[in-house]
Write a protein that binds this ligand. Structure first.
Ligand SMILES: C[S@@+](CC[C@H](N)C(=O)[O-])C[C@H]1O[C@@H](n2cnc3c(N)ncnc32)[C@H](O)[C@@H]1O
Length: 259
Protein backbone atom coordinates (compact mmCIF):
# COMPACT_ATOMS: atom_id res chain seq x y z
CA UNK A 1 0.00 0.00 0.00
CA UNK A 2 2.52 2.58 -1.12
CA UNK A 3 0.10 4.74 -3.09
CA UNK A 4 -2.43 5.53 -0.35
CA UNK A 5 -4.10 8.95 -0.62
CA UNK A 6 -3.13 11.37 2.14
CA UNK A 7 -6.36 11.00 4.20
CA UNK A 8 -6.07 7.18 4.15
CA UNK A 9 -2.41 7.28 5.14
CA UNK A 10 -3.08 9.65 8.05
CA UNK A 11 -6.21 7.80 9.22
CA UNK A 12 -4.35 4.49 9.05
CA UNK A 13 -1.63 5.85 11.35
CA UNK A 14 -4.32 6.91 13.86
CA UNK A 15 -6.19 3.62 13.71
CA UNK A 16 -2.98 1.71 14.26
CA UNK A 17 -2.79 3.58 17.61
CA UNK A 18 -6.53 3.65 18.46
CA UNK A 19 -6.78 -0.10 17.82
CA UNK A 20 -5.75 -0.77 21.42
CA UNK A 21 -8.92 0.95 22.75
CA UNK A 22 -11.16 -1.13 20.50
CA UNK A 23 -10.05 -4.54 21.75
CA UNK A 24 -12.51 -4.84 24.66
CA UNK A 25 -15.62 -3.78 22.71
CA UNK A 26 -14.49 -6.06 19.88
CA UNK A 27 -14.28 -9.01 22.26
CA UNK A 28 -17.79 -8.28 23.55
CA UNK A 29 -19.25 -7.95 20.07
CA UNK A 30 -17.54 -11.11 18.81
CA UNK A 31 -18.85 -13.03 21.83
CA UNK A 32 -22.44 -11.93 21.17
CA UNK A 33 -24.49 -13.24 18.30
CA UNK A 34 -27.04 -10.42 18.53
CA UNK A 35 -26.01 -7.60 16.17
CA UNK A 36 -26.08 -4.15 17.73
CA UNK A 37 -25.22 -0.99 15.81
CA UNK A 38 -23.43 2.26 16.22
CA UNK A 39 -22.57 4.40 19.21
CA UNK A 40 -25.63 3.36 21.21
CA UNK A 41 -25.62 -0.35 20.45
CA UNK A 42 -29.14 -0.26 18.99
CA UNK A 43 -30.35 -3.82 18.37
CA UNK A 44 -30.74 -5.19 14.86
CA UNK A 45 -34.38 -6.01 15.73
CA UNK A 46 -35.08 -2.25 15.98
CA UNK A 47 -33.13 -1.12 12.91
CA UNK A 48 -33.22 -3.97 10.37
CA UNK A 49 -29.75 -3.19 9.00
CA UNK A 50 -28.96 -6.66 7.68
CA UNK A 51 -30.59 -8.20 4.62
CA UNK A 52 -33.03 -10.98 5.59
CA UNK A 53 -31.39 -13.91 3.88
CA UNK A 54 -27.63 -14.00 4.08
CA UNK A 55 -27.05 -17.72 3.49
CA UNK A 56 -24.44 -18.21 0.76
CA UNK A 57 -24.46 -14.49 -0.13
CA UNK A 58 -21.11 -12.90 -0.99
CA UNK A 59 -20.61 -9.98 1.39
CA UNK A 60 -17.76 -7.51 1.88
CA UNK A 61 -17.26 -5.26 4.90
CA UNK A 62 -15.46 -2.07 3.85
CA UNK A 63 -13.28 -0.90 6.73
CA UNK A 64 -14.04 -3.93 8.89
CA UNK A 65 -11.85 -2.94 11.84
CA UNK A 66 -12.03 -5.73 14.38
CA UNK A 67 -14.48 -7.57 12.09
CA UNK A 68 -17.29 -8.35 14.52
CA UNK A 69 -19.77 -7.43 11.77
CA UNK A 70 -18.03 -10.00 9.55
CA UNK A 71 -18.48 -12.53 12.36
CA UNK A 72 -22.23 -11.83 12.64
CA UNK A 73 -22.55 -12.20 8.86
CA UNK A 74 -20.49 -15.40 8.70
CA UNK A 75 -22.61 -16.98 11.44
CA UNK A 76 -25.68 -16.22 9.30
CA UNK A 77 -24.18 -18.23 6.46
CA UNK A 78 -22.68 -15.42 4.37
CA UNK A 79 -19.38 -15.84 2.50
CA UNK A 80 -17.81 -12.77 3.98
CA UNK A 81 -14.61 -10.79 3.28
CA UNK A 82 -13.33 -7.98 5.49
CA UNK A 83 -10.92 -5.31 4.31
CA UNK A 84 -9.22 -2.74 6.52
CA UNK A 85 -6.32 -0.33 6.15
CA UNK A 86 -5.07 -0.75 9.74
CA UNK A 87 -2.83 -3.73 10.41
CA UNK A 88 -3.34 -3.25 14.18
CA UNK A 89 -7.15 -3.49 13.86
CA UNK A 90 -6.74 -6.57 11.68
CA UNK A 91 -4.47 -8.17 14.29
CA UNK A 92 -7.41 -8.07 16.76
CA UNK A 93 -9.75 -9.33 14.05
CA UNK A 94 -7.47 -12.26 13.21
CA UNK A 95 -7.01 -13.25 16.85
CA UNK A 96 -10.79 -13.22 17.47
CA UNK A 97 -11.48 -15.06 14.21
CA UNK A 98 -9.19 -17.84 15.43
CA UNK A 99 -10.63 -17.82 18.95
CA UNK A 100 -14.20 -18.09 17.61
CA UNK A 101 -13.27 -20.78 15.07
CA UNK A 102 -14.46 -18.82 12.06
CA UNK A 103 -12.70 -18.73 8.73
CA UNK A 104 -13.06 -15.84 6.29
CA UNK A 105 -10.55 -13.62 4.43
CA UNK A 106 -9.31 -10.48 6.16
CA UNK A 107 -7.56 -8.28 3.62
CA UNK A 108 -5.10 -5.53 4.53
CA UNK A 109 -5.87 -2.72 2.10
CA UNK A 110 -7.61 0.49 1.22
CA UNK A 111 -11.36 -0.04 0.83
CA UNK A 112 -11.35 2.72 -1.78
CA UNK A 113 -9.44 0.34 -4.12
CA UNK A 114 -10.28 -3.27 -3.33
CA UNK A 115 -8.32 -6.14 -4.91
CA UNK A 116 -11.42 -8.08 -6.02
CA UNK A 117 -12.92 -8.30 -9.52
CA UNK A 118 -16.03 -6.43 -10.65
CA UNK A 119 -19.38 -7.87 -9.53
CA UNK A 120 -17.88 -10.07 -6.79
CA UNK A 121 -20.41 -9.35 -4.02
CA UNK A 122 -24.15 -9.36 -3.28
CA UNK A 123 -23.83 -7.00 -0.32
CA UNK A 124 -21.31 -4.33 0.75
CA UNK A 125 -21.57 -3.07 4.31
CA UNK A 126 -19.70 -0.50 6.37
CA UNK A 127 -20.26 0.58 9.97
CA UNK A 128 -18.17 3.69 10.62
CA UNK A 129 -15.51 2.13 8.38
CA UNK A 130 -14.53 3.53 4.99
CA UNK A 131 -17.98 5.17 4.92
CA UNK A 132 -16.74 7.71 7.48
CA UNK A 133 -12.95 7.69 7.05
CA UNK A 134 -12.75 7.24 3.28
CA UNK A 135 -13.47 9.71 0.52
CA UNK A 136 -17.02 8.97 -0.74
CA UNK A 137 -16.02 10.01 -4.26
CA UNK A 138 -13.55 7.11 -4.21
CA UNK A 139 -15.28 4.43 -2.13
CA UNK A 140 -18.89 4.73 -3.38
CA UNK A 141 -17.98 4.06 -7.06
CA UNK A 142 -15.67 1.29 -5.82
CA UNK A 143 -18.54 -0.32 -3.88
CA UNK A 144 -20.67 -0.09 -7.03
CA UNK A 145 -17.92 -1.82 -9.04
CA UNK A 146 -17.64 -4.62 -6.48
CA UNK A 147 -21.39 -5.28 -6.31
CA UNK A 148 -23.30 -7.54 -8.65
CA UNK A 149 -26.26 -5.95 -10.47
CA UNK A 150 -29.04 -5.68 -7.87
CA UNK A 151 -26.48 -5.88 -5.04
CA UNK A 152 -27.06 -3.96 -1.83
CA UNK A 153 -24.97 -1.27 -0.14
CA UNK A 154 -25.61 -0.55 3.54
CA UNK A 155 -23.62 1.92 5.62
CA UNK A 156 -23.88 3.58 9.01
CA UNK A 157 -22.31 6.98 9.67
CA UNK A 158 -22.61 10.03 11.91
CA UNK A 159 -25.56 12.11 10.81
CA UNK A 160 -24.99 15.24 8.77
CA UNK A 161 -26.65 17.21 11.56
CA UNK A 162 -24.19 15.88 14.14
CA UNK A 163 -21.30 16.96 11.93
CA UNK A 164 -22.59 20.54 12.18
CA UNK A 165 -22.85 20.48 15.98
CA UNK A 166 -19.66 18.64 17.05
CA UNK A 167 -17.11 20.92 18.70
CA UNK A 168 -13.62 20.56 17.26
CA UNK A 169 -12.03 19.91 20.66
CA UNK A 170 -11.55 16.27 21.57
CA UNK A 171 -13.89 14.86 24.23
CA UNK A 172 -16.68 17.48 23.99
CA UNK A 173 -20.30 16.56 23.21
CA UNK A 174 -22.40 17.99 20.38
CA UNK A 175 -24.03 21.30 21.22
CA UNK A 176 -27.57 22.49 20.55
CA UNK A 177 -26.10 25.12 18.22
CA UNK A 178 -24.83 24.82 14.69
CA UNK A 179 -21.07 25.25 14.97
CA UNK A 180 -20.07 25.17 11.33
CA UNK A 181 -21.61 25.98 7.97
CA UNK A 182 -23.57 23.22 6.24
CA UNK A 183 -21.67 23.94 3.04
CA UNK A 184 -18.16 22.57 3.46
CA UNK A 185 -18.47 19.51 5.74
CA UNK A 186 -17.59 17.08 2.95
CA UNK A 187 -14.07 16.66 4.38
CA UNK A 188 -13.37 17.67 7.95
CA UNK A 189 -9.83 17.59 9.23
CA UNK A 190 -10.26 17.36 13.00
CA UNK A 191 -7.66 19.42 14.87
CA UNK A 192 -5.15 17.85 17.22
CA UNK A 193 -4.58 15.02 14.77
CA UNK A 194 -7.96 13.34 15.41
CA UNK A 195 -8.23 12.19 11.83
CA UNK A 196 -9.91 13.19 8.60
CA UNK A 197 -13.61 12.33 8.30
CA UNK A 198 -16.06 12.78 5.45
CA UNK A 199 -19.57 14.13 6.11
CA UNK A 200 -21.35 14.81 2.81
CA UNK A 201 -24.68 16.58 3.01
CA UNK A 202 -27.76 14.53 2.15
CA UNK A 203 -27.86 16.13 -1.30
CA UNK A 204 -24.22 15.19 -1.89
CA UNK A 205 -24.87 11.56 -0.81
CA UNK A 206 -27.94 11.31 -3.04
CA UNK A 207 -26.19 12.70 -6.11
CA UNK A 208 -23.07 10.57 -5.60
CA UNK A 209 -25.02 7.35 -4.97
CA UNK A 210 -27.21 7.89 -8.02
CA UNK A 211 -24.28 8.87 -10.24
CA UNK A 212 -22.50 5.67 -9.12
CA UNK A 213 -25.43 3.49 -10.20
CA UNK A 214 -27.42 3.12 -6.98
CA UNK A 215 -31.09 3.57 -6.22
CA UNK A 216 -31.59 4.74 -2.64
CA UNK A 217 -33.92 2.45 -0.72
CA UNK A 218 -33.86 3.89 2.78
CA UNK A 219 -32.30 6.41 5.12
CA UNK A 220 -32.80 5.32 8.71
CA UNK A 221 -32.29 7.99 11.36
CA UNK A 222 -31.17 6.14 14.47
CA UNK A 223 -33.10 6.80 17.69
CA UNK A 224 -31.30 5.27 20.68
CA UNK A 225 -33.63 3.54 23.16
CA UNK A 226 -34.39 5.26 26.48
CA UNK A 227 -31.57 4.56 28.93
CA UNK A 228 -29.09 3.64 26.18
CA UNK A 229 -25.45 4.24 27.00
CA UNK A 230 -22.37 4.95 24.92
CA UNK A 231 -18.66 5.01 25.54
CA UNK A 232 -18.21 7.84 23.03
CA UNK A 233 -18.10 11.46 24.23
CA UNK A 234 -19.40 13.08 21.00
CA UNK A 235 -23.06 13.18 21.92
CA UNK A 236 -25.34 12.90 24.95
CA UNK A 237 -28.41 10.68 25.10
CA UNK A 238 -30.54 13.79 25.58
CA UNK A 239 -29.22 15.20 22.28
CA UNK A 240 -29.52 11.90 20.45
CA UNK A 241 -33.15 11.45 21.50
CA UNK A 242 -34.02 14.87 20.07
CA UNK A 243 -32.03 14.79 16.83
CA UNK A 244 -30.59 11.91 14.82
CA UNK A 245 -26.89 11.51 15.55
CA UNK A 246 -26.44 8.50 13.29
CA UNK A 247 -27.92 7.53 9.95
CA UNK A 248 -28.04 4.31 7.98
CA UNK A 249 -28.15 4.48 4.20
CA UNK A 250 -29.45 1.57 2.15
CA UNK A 251 -28.97 1.57 -1.62
CA UNK A 252 -29.21 -0.99 -4.41
CA UNK A 253 -27.08 -1.17 -7.55
CA UNK A 254 -29.29 -0.70 -10.58
CA UNK A 255 -29.41 -3.75 -12.86
CA UNK A 256 -29.21 -1.54 -15.94
CA UNK A 257 -26.18 0.44 -14.74
CA UNK A 258 -23.07 0.37 -16.93
CA UNK A 259 -20.37 2.85 -15.83
C1 LIG B 1 -14.66 2.52 13.91
S1 LIG B 1 -13.75 1.31 12.99
C2 LIG B 1 -15.15 0.58 12.23
C3 LIG B 1 -15.02 -0.87 11.98
C4 LIG B 1 -15.83 -1.81 12.83
N1 LIG B 1 -17.25 -1.51 12.75
C5 LIG B 1 -15.29 -1.78 14.24
O1 LIG B 1 -15.83 -1.04 15.09
O2 LIG B 1 -14.32 -2.50 14.51
C6 LIG B 1 -13.09 2.23 11.62
C7 LIG B 1 -12.20 1.38 10.74
O3 LIG B 1 -12.12 1.94 9.44
C8 LIG B 1 -10.83 1.65 8.97
N2 LIG B 1 -10.53 2.49 7.81
C9 LIG B 1 -10.39 3.84 7.76
N3 LIG B 1 -10.12 4.23 6.50
C10 LIG B 1 -10.08 3.11 5.74
C11 LIG B 1 -9.83 2.85 4.36
N4 LIG B 1 -9.58 3.85 3.50
N5 LIG B 1 -9.87 1.58 3.93
C12 LIG B 1 -10.12 0.56 4.78
N6 LIG B 1 -10.36 0.74 6.10
C13 LIG B 1 -10.35 2.00 6.57
C14 LIG B 1 -9.94 1.90 10.16
O4 LIG B 1 -8.67 1.33 10.00
C15 LIG B 1 -10.75 1.31 11.27
O5 LIG B 1 -10.40 -0.02 11.53
Amino acid sequence: MTDLPEHARRNRALWDVWAQEFITPAEENWASDTPIWGMWGVPESQLGVLPDDLADRDVIELGCGTAYVCAWLARRGACVVGIDVSEAQLATARRLRRQHCLDFPLVHGNAEAVPYPDSSFDVAISEYGVCLWGDPQRWVPEAARLLKPGGQLVFLVNSFLLSLCMPPEEGLAATERLLRPAFGTYRIEWPGDQGIGFYPSHGEWIRLLRRSGFEIEDLIEVLPPKGATTRYPFVTLEWARKWPCEEIWKARKRRDFHP
